[in-house]
Design a protein around this ligand. Structure first.
Ligand code: 6PG
Length: 247
């Protein structure tokens, strides 16, 4: 098991489906590494292409990282923000992923509003999914996708026993009903669209993720495994979750 820093150079790797596990001492260190990885990725993308296309994860784990991004120095005018998924709730509901990211970070930096691509979850799953598919129609490869891992192995709003959109001809977004994690209606980017990224980083912290990590590492077909970009994925995980597996 490598305990290593995530470098932006992972974009050069070409083994599809490769999963690199990074054991990180604790949550504070994990946050630092992800923060550095985001800023490295932004610098590289802006240098090479003049734009940085970043997909944000929902959930609680990234909140503090988003807060720390407020103080970062970058050319914010080059950032384009997307969401991996959204909960179908009113825009101001504090459980909205877009609200969380706005309060923690996006309301505090000068990214042009037109470059903040929010999933309109308030329209309900079907319509919001249609609207966001249109939003993504002209968007090419993402530069970086951030994802979380749920206790049941879900990522974004791709849940066990639901459609994950892994087939190559899958739509970019999926309307999700009867989600096991509230609220029941959600919109998710499909696995195939999340995989169209130069870099994908999973953030995994908290004792409750122990079983999902074990299942993923033991080869079980959980939703997180469906994210398979050409460059592979980097999973940053609290080392306690890995050491218990080998006990
Ligand atoms: C959501 C998500 C979801 C989340 C994981 C991890 O909207 O709920 O995007 O996939 O990232 O459930 O959530 P935590 O970071 O809160 O553990």
């Amino acid at each position: 098991m490598d305990d290593c820093v995530v470098h932006a150079e992972v974009t050069n790797l070409t083994t599809p489906g490769q999963c690199r596990w990074h054991a990180i001492a604790d949550l504070t260190a994990l946050r630092h590494k992800v923060l550095d990885a985001i800023l490295d990725s932004a610098t590289l993308a802006i240098q090479q292409r003049g734009q940085f296309h970043l997909v944000l994860s929902g959930g609680e784990t990234p909140r503090e990282i988003y807060r720390q991004l407020r103080a970062a120095h970058s050319d914010w005018s080059a950032w384009h923000i997307y969401f991996s998924d959204e909960r179908c709730l009113p825009p101001t509901d504090t459980n909205r992923n877009s609200r969380m990211a706005a309060e923690a970070w996006l309301d505090h930096v000068p990214i042009p509003t037109a470059q903040l691509h929010i999933i309109p979850g308030e329209l309900g799953a079907s319509q919001a999914s249609r609207v966001y598919t249109e939003t993504l129609r002209t968007v090419g490869m993402f530069d970086l996708v951030l994802l979380g891992l749920g206790e049941d192995g879900h990522t974004a709003s791709l849940f066990p026993d639901h459609e994950w959109g892994s087939a190559l001809d899958s739509p970019d977004t999926l309307a999700v009903f009867n989600a096991p994690k509230p609220p029941p209606q959600r919109v998710s980017l499909s696995a195939v669209r999340l995989s169209r990224s130069r870099q994908v980083i999973f953030l995994v912290a908290g004792e409750s993720k122990h079983e999902a990590v074990a299942e993923w590492r033991n080869g079980k077909n959980i939703p997180a495994r469906a994210i398979a970009p050409a460059a592979g994925v980097d999973v940053l995980v609290e080392s306690a979750l890995l050491s218990r597996i080998s006990e």
